[in-house]
Design a protein around this ligand. Structure first.
Ligand SMILES: Cc1cc2nc3c(=O)[nH]c(=O)nc-3n(C[C@H](O)[C@H](O)[C@H](O)COP(=O)(O)OP(=O)(O)OC[C@H]3O[C@@H](n4cnc5c(N)ncnc54)[C@H](O)[C@@H]3O)c2cc1C
Length: 394
């Protein structure tokens, strides 16, 4: 049986980008994805690239690298990822303090600038002027997330990578390599279509990463929200901007729900009440994603009442963007991974040899390409201070 250098678990944007960069770095890589057409976070994402949003020297540097990377990515992957620039419109609700909201963005690399109601409605004519006190705006990058994943995967396969549609049931320990009491060596995976062996495994399983690692006895501070959206078919209506609330509740939800890690070890908990951040984006083909509800239900299979959710979602989006509330569309659900401090967890997991993680990105699309490249170079011997600082041991 063949032994790969690396097995990458998960074919969302993190797994696809990392598999491509690993194979480009000269490694023999197997990418495993459980679904033929994944219903994952990448598929239902808005596709926004917040390259303006770096707040620390590291995140600012990664955002700079990201712009350079995205500028050449379509060409490098030989795939149209629909990379473009959009106006981001961060709505400030009628009862919020304009100046305080603007000040909360003052520390980012390119602070969005404040618009009054009139200016906001000129930029986005579909806005309800009664619902806002004003808005913030900044240039935002945009991609088609699924096309980007497909571009990465096709380029990965052309470069000699292998891919199977299979669910990983179990991470397998090495029967031959000597183990100490302190360290367990993992050397492969058991899947729905058989076992595969590798020197290293990297978990890019998004919202299912924690559960998969836990089933192998590996504790990790990774969490997930249940996200809900409505996806429309291509529509004639034209949204000029990517709309999101300036005061995103999702980040507060993430902070609040991770205060007691143990709550995430049992199904049936909900560490924080659900939130809705009303927003919308239109893709190049005219389809839209209206979002988004986030719930911290600790059971990955938890069921929600889709009819009630859809009603709540349509009502809230309709308050900000009235013509969008009743568009034809379908409700969807997915899991979105996040970490306790809004930075991803990247690297080896102490005490467990041969297993790594590359997940938990909060606003990930912008920094995944540069971090995937850095990680691949790091594991093939290049020093990298940024990768070290993203370690799960931090
Ligand atoms: C509505 C919405 C809007 C968003 N907007 C933005 C945005 O504008 N900008 C931004 O940066 N981010 C945004 N995000 C977040 C971003 O889309 C996600 O964080 C990102 O796509 C996650 O990618 P991933 O590869 O980690 O996870 P996923 O895309 O969820 O992929 C994980 C994959 O792993 C597979 N998998 C899991 N377990 C197994 C297993 N046991 N065996 C085999 N395969 C397995 C799954 O099937 C899945 O395909 C948004 C998210 C949502 C829901």
């Amino acid at each position: 049986m063949k032994t790969y250098d690396w097995i990458v678990v998960g074919g969302g944007i993190t797994g696809a980008a990392l598999a491509y960069e690993l194979v480009k770095a000269g490694l023999d890589v197997l990418l495993l994805e459980q679904q033929e057409t994944p219903q994952n976070a990448t598929r239902y994402s808005y596709g926004g690239l917040a390259y303006w949003s770096g707040t620390t020297p590291i995140t600012r540097q990664l955002c700079q690298e990201a712009i350079a990377r995205y500028n050449i990515l379509s060409q490098e992957l030989d795939a149209d990822i629909q990379f473009r620039e959009l106006d981001l419109l961060l709505t400030i609700s009628a009862n919020s303090d304009l100046e305080a909201t603007a000040a909360s963005y003052a520390h980012v690399a390119i602070p969005p600038h404040l618009l009054n109601i009139q200016e906001a409605c000129e930029l986005e004519p579909l806005l309800n002027r009664e619902a806002i006190a004003g808005a913030l705006t900044v240039k935002h990058g945009h991609i088609h997330p699924e096309k980007t994943v497909q571009g990465y995967i096709q380029a990965f396969l052309r470069a000699g990578g292998e891919m199977e549609i299979a669910q990983i049931l179990e991470l397998q320990t090495s029967p031959t390599e000597k183990r100490t009491e302190e360290e367990v060596k993992f050397a492969g995976v058991k899947t729905t279509i058989g076992s595969f062996h590798s020197n290293d495994i990297v978990i890019c399983a998004g919202g299912l990463s924690r559960q998969l690692l836990k089933s192998a006895g590996i504790p990790i501070k990774l969490y997930f929200t249940h996200a809900e959206i409505v996806q429309t078919p291509p529509v004639d209506l034209r949204l000029q901007t990517l709309v999101m609330p300036a005061n995103l509740q999702r980040f507060q939800l993430e902070a609040k729900s991770t205060q007691v890690d143990e709550l995430w070890n049992e199904p049936g908990n909900q560490p924080a009440a659900p939130i809705l951040d009303a927003g919308a984006v239109q893709f190049v083909d005219g389809s839209m994603v209206l979002g988004q509800i986030s719930r911290t239900l600790t059971d990955t299979d938890a069921k929600v009442n889709s009819q009630e959710s859809e009603k709540w979602l349509r009502q809230s989006v309709g308050e900000v963007l009235p013509p969008l509330g009743n568009l034809p569309g379908t409700w969807h659900h997915c899991l979105v991974a996040f970490s306790g401090d809004r930075l991803p967890l990247i690297g080896a997991i102490p005490g467990f040899a041969g297993v790594h993680v590359f997940s938990g990105f909060s606003n990930p699309l912008v920094i995944i390409p540069p971090l995937a490249k850095r990680f691949a170079n790091f594991v093939t011997g290049q020093e990298d201070e940024i990768i070290i600082q993203m370690s799960p041991t931090r």
